[in-house]
Design a protein around this ligand. Structure first.
Ligand SMILES: [Zn+2]
Length: 92
Protein backbone atom coordinates (compact mmCIF):
# COMPACT_ATOMS: atom_id res chain seq x y z
CA UNK A 1 0.00 0.00 0.00
CA UNK A 2 2.66 2.44 1.07
CA UNK A 3 4.79 1.24 -1.79
CA UNK A 4 2.12 1.96 -4.40
CA UNK A 5 1.50 5.46 -3.07
CA UNK A 6 5.18 6.19 -3.14
CA UNK A 7 5.38 5.02 -6.76
CA UNK A 8 2.42 7.18 -7.74
CA UNK A 9 4.07 10.15 -6.17
CA UNK A 10 7.34 9.47 -7.94
CA UNK A 11 5.65 8.97 -11.29
CA UNK A 12 3.71 12.16 -10.84
CA UNK A 13 6.88 14.06 -10.22
CA UNK A 14 8.68 12.57 -13.16
CA UNK A 15 5.81 13.34 -15.51
CA UNK A 16 5.67 16.96 -14.52
CA UNK A 17 9.41 17.50 -14.95
CA UNK A 18 9.28 15.77 -18.33
CA UNK A 19 6.42 17.96 -19.44
CA UNK A 20 8.33 21.00 -18.24
CA UNK A 21 11.41 19.96 -20.18
CA UNK A 22 9.34 19.34 -23.33
CA UNK A 23 7.76 22.76 -23.03
CA UNK A 24 11.19 24.40 -22.77
CA UNK A 25 12.48 22.47 -25.77
CA UNK A 26 9.58 23.59 -27.92
CA UNK A 27 10.09 27.20 -26.95
CA UNK A 28 13.78 27.01 -27.72
CA UNK A 29 13.70 25.15 -31.03
CA UNK A 30 10.39 25.83 -32.74
CA UNK A 31 9.91 29.23 -34.27
CA UNK A 32 6.19 29.69 -34.63
CA UNK A 33 4.75 32.57 -36.56
CA UNK A 34 1.39 33.83 -37.71
CA UNK A 35 0.62 32.07 -40.97
CA UNK A 36 0.76 34.49 -43.93
CA UNK A 37 -1.77 32.31 -45.78
CA UNK A 38 -4.54 31.69 -43.26
CA UNK A 39 -3.47 34.23 -40.58
CA UNK A 40 -3.70 31.73 -37.75
CA UNK A 41 -1.36 32.59 -34.92
CA UNK A 42 1.64 30.39 -34.10
CA UNK A 43 0.81 27.89 -36.82
CA UNK A 44 3.70 28.50 -39.16
CA UNK A 45 7.15 27.06 -38.61
CA UNK A 46 10.48 27.65 -40.33
CA UNK A 47 12.73 24.91 -41.60
CA UNK A 48 16.23 25.68 -42.76
CA UNK A 49 18.12 23.63 -45.30
CA UNK A 50 21.75 24.62 -44.80
CA UNK A 51 22.99 22.41 -47.63
CA UNK A 52 20.79 23.92 -50.32
CA UNK A 53 20.69 27.35 -48.67
CA UNK A 54 16.94 27.55 -48.72
CA UNK A 55 14.57 28.42 -45.92
CA UNK A 56 11.10 26.94 -45.95
CA UNK A 57 8.00 27.86 -44.02
CA UNK A 58 5.06 25.58 -43.51
CA UNK A 59 1.74 26.06 -41.79
CA UNK A 60 0.41 23.40 -39.44
CA UNK A 61 -3.16 24.56 -40.00
CA UNK A 62 -3.67 25.11 -43.71
CA UNK A 63 -0.65 22.98 -44.78
CA UNK A 64 0.45 25.57 -47.29
CA UNK A 65 4.16 26.22 -47.66
CA UNK A 66 6.71 28.29 -49.50
CA UNK A 67 10.47 28.77 -49.53
CA UNK A 68 13.10 31.41 -50.09
CA UNK A 69 16.80 31.53 -50.88
CA UNK A 70 19.01 32.34 -47.96
CA UNK A 71 22.60 32.42 -46.76
CA UNK A 72 24.13 30.74 -43.75
CA UNK A 73 23.68 34.02 -41.92
CA UNK A 74 19.93 34.14 -42.38
CA UNK A 75 17.96 33.62 -39.18
CA UNK A 76 14.58 31.82 -39.00
CA UNK A 77 12.85 35.17 -38.48
CA UNK A 78 14.41 36.56 -41.65
CA UNK A 79 13.39 33.44 -43.55
CA UNK A 80 9.84 33.94 -42.40
CA UNK A 81 9.82 37.65 -43.32
CA UNK A 82 11.22 36.93 -46.79
CA UNK A 83 8.60 34.25 -47.38
CA UNK A 84 5.85 36.54 -46.14
CA UNK A 85 7.07 39.25 -48.53
CA UNK A 86 7.10 36.77 -51.40
CA UNK A 87 3.51 35.74 -50.66
CA UNK A 88 2.36 39.35 -50.42
CA UNK A 89 4.12 40.29 -53.66
CA UNK A 90 2.48 37.36 -55.40
CA UNK A 91 -0.92 38.37 -54.04
CA UNK A 92 -0.70 41.95 -55.30
ZN1 LIG B 1 -1.97 28.63 -42.58
Amino acid sequence: MEDACFRCLKMGNRNSTERERQRLNIEKTAALFTCPFCKRKKSCYVKIDREKNIGKIKCNECKRHTFTNMTYLTTPVQVFLKCEEKIQTAAN
